[in-house]
Design a protein around this ligand. Structure first.
Ligand code: WTA
Length: 651
């Protein structure tokens, strides 16, 4: 039996879900009366301008509709309703800049900023259903821009500031955005990195004719080119705009945002989320998973470019009127004690970060004891969270002991861009914790493990993770591609009615706890960033010297996985210094095509790739080679077994 960690009784005493009985009661309610359960939650957690009369419409499954005839405004729920209840003076955001300067913004202050941006956008013709791409770093303005879009019913698509001009251009073109909101430069670890000039480059690549305006937030004052009639400073857009803005009341199914994410095939998918169901789950999981209380100081270290920054920075914390830290910088600047120093400085009580960050800070504090968390006063912490990839028990234990002082529950939250919010996670006041397991599905989330035919497998036997019933915050479709939505998430092989997460899982025989065993498709997870092998392969093949490429993941102690690329050139296979130089060139090429996060750690050259006689690349063999292993599997179906020796050698 693994060791379990029980919730501290003082924590449970105040918790939203105080024990397993309360958890099971909620689950039973959902089982008994699914629509009644969700309808009750949607009424209790959101303010509706027009109440819904129908909870779930399955008539066009898997294109589900939730609370379809209800009307609301997301920014109203995230701002106005708190102010109306007397919380206008409460701090909404503590902004901690890269250089350590910080400032507080109240709910009233954030509301005024959001309204002025919303009015400025409206004045330029942006309205309901228009798409706005946001290409910004972590800032109050970035979050305000998202909420401003929500206020006027525009659908935003945030593109992570680390993506290249080409990746940005593809997303702008696919979304058909009419406005791009960006900033002159971003500050990371004391360095200035361009953003506006990358937007210029992206638009110059073509296909972005829909873009009428580029709005630029002045962050550093670094010089930028100004295209008259197209470009406008954010402060000019906001100037003279009133601090009030009538919200655009939208139907619950109105698309709040599109967020591009990687799948196993093809180009990134524009995951489309609705307004009502999405916000409901962002708010409710803040209360359940994070047990958020009025006096908490909450800090999620994610970026608004990823879904965690949507649900657990821009929308969840504001929907519940919480105070949160928004951090511009990086965990290692000015030193690897930055997270701990920031927790101490602002009295953070709930801290949510990624296993990669934890593992790299473990390493850093092993090398330099001065940045070890125990050097800081972390006594305000009461809850820790983890997201984005499996957390290994060693990292979990270190987080629990060294950061949480053994008094803070650790919630290992499993979810995805497509799920909108947490799916399988401990409840901090109720669930006995087992390091390495994300434990149980939240009440109302019908998660299960099935075999390749969609049949339930017994606990203790691994299989495919699915969700059996639709839930309010689920993906609604893939933007511009409903067929791909249906094929990717509700595949015929599983019967067409199960949501396929794309991860493998196993449930414990005794506890029923889920452990995620990793992706079952060709999606990689590097430092919690999700990437498709196909995307990286396409980028490599776009290089003039590359004939063919195959990319696999290789386990890595810090980043979870690293990228290993096997490349066949149009010319002879290089050796020695030539190979090293070309490998470096290809790495930089991928950074330019997609972004630095997609750079292969390793590039190996071969005269060919291992293929079956029918021409299929045998990736499982490449995975073995990438790990430095010897192929012991049956290679009799292989066209060219000799190639394995060649590819076994690193450059
Ligand atoms: C992985 C991030 C294990 C998983 C919120 C999933 C996890 C993918 C966990 C989604 C976790 C996320 N334990 N694996 N707690 N959280 N994953 O869309 O493979 O960027 O399918 O959403 O990350 O990544 P995405």
């Amino acid at each position: 039996m693994q060791s379990t960690y029980l919730p501290p009784s003082a924590f449970s005493a105040r918790a939203a879900i105080p024990d397993m009985d309360a958890y099971h009661a909620l689950c039973a309610h959902a089982e008994r009366d699914y629509e009644g359960y969700w309808g009750m939650q949607a009424r209790a957690n959101l303010d509706w301008q027009v109440p819904f009369t129908r909870v779930l419409d399955e008539s066009e499954a898997p294109f589900y509709r939730w609370f379809g005839d209800g009307r609301l405004n997301v920014s109203y729920n995230c701002l106005d309703r708190h102010i109306e209840r007397g919380l206008g003076g409460k701090t909404a955001i503590i902004f901690e800049a890269d250089d350590g300067a910080f400032s507080h913004v109240t709910y009233s202050g954030l509301h005024a900023r959001v309204c002025r941006i919303a009015n400025g956008l409206r004045a330029r013709g942006v309205g309901k259903g228009d798409r706005v791409v946001i290409y910004m770093a972590m800032s109050v303005e970035g979050v305000a821009a998202m909420l401003a879009c929500a206020r006027i019913g525009a659908t935003h698509s945030v593109v992570f500031g680390g993506f290249s001009a080409k990746a940005l251009q593809e997303r702008i073109a696919d979304a058909g955005a009419c406005v791009v909101i960006t900033q002159d430069e971003q500050l990371r670890g004391g360095k200035r990195l361009p953003l506006k000039s990358i937007v210029d480059e992206a638009l110059a690549l073509g296909g972005c004719g829909s873009v009428k305006h580029v709005v630029v937030y002045q962050r550093t004052g670094g010089g930028v080119t100004h295209v008259s009639d197209r470009d406008i400073w954010l402060h000019d857009l906001m100037a003279d705009q009133p601090e009030r803005c009538e919200p655009e009341w939208v139907g619950a199914e109105h698309p709040l945002f599109i967020l591009y994410t990687s799948g196993s095939t093809g180009t990134p998918k524009g995951v489309q989320h609705a307004s009502g169901g999405y916000l409901l789950w962002a708010a409710l999981t803040m209360k359940w998973t994070f047990d958020i209380k009025p006096d908490d100081v909450y800090w999620c270290t994610a970026d608004i470019g990823w879904v965690t920054g949507h649900s657990y920075i821009a929308y969840g914390p504001t929907a519940v009127g919480a105070t949160q830290v928004i951090f511009e910088g990086v965990p290692t600047y000015p030193d690897a004690g930055r997270f701990w120093q920031t927790i101490e400085r602002h009295g953070v009580s709930i801290f949510y970060t990624a296993p990669t960050a934890i593992r790299s800070l473990i390493k850093a504090s092993d090398m330099d004891p001065a940045v070890h968390p125990t050097n800081y006063d972390l006594s305000t912490l009461r809850l820790l969270g983890s997201v984005g990839e499996p957390i290994n028990p060693e990292a979990w234990l270190w987080y629990h002991r060294q950061v949480g002082g053994e008094r803070c529950p650790v919630v290992d939250t499993f979810w995805q861009t497509e799920t909108g919010g947490h799916m399988i996670t401990p409840l901090p006041g109720a669930t006995p914790l087992v390091p390495g397991s994300c434990t149980l599905a939240l009440p109302g989330i019908m998660a299960a493990v099935v075999d390749e035919a969609g049949q339930d497998v017994p606990d203790g036997q691994g299989g495919i993770l699915v969700v059996k019933r639709p839930w309010p915050s689920m993906i609604r479709t893939i933007w511009n591609n409903p067929k791909r939505y249906q094929a990717s998430y509700f595949p015929e092989e599983l019967g067409g009615a199960l949501y396929l997460a794309g991860d493998g899982a196993i449930r414990d025989k005794d506890t029923g706890y889920f452990t995620i065993t990793g992706r079952i498709d060709d999606v990689l997870n590097v430092s919690g960033h999700r990437m498709g092998t196909m995307e990286i392969e396409s980028a490599l093949v776009a290089h003039p010297l590359v004939a063919e490429a195959a990319v696999v993941g290789k386990p890595d102690d810090t980043t979870g996985e690293s990228i290993c690329a096997f490349v066949v050139l149009k010319k002879d296979r290089p050796g020695g210094a030539d190979a090293t130089a070309l490998a470096q060139e290809l790495r930089n090429w991928v950074a330019k095509e997609i972004g630095p996060i997609a750079k292969p750690r390793e590039v190996r050259f071969g005269d060919n790739l291992p293929k079956t006689r029918s021409g299929k690349i045998m990736r499982r063999l490449l995975r073995v080679l990438a790990q430095g292993g010897v192929v012991t599997q049956d290679v009799s179906t292989l066209e060219n077994p000799a190639i394995l020796d060649q590819l076994a050698k690193a450059v």
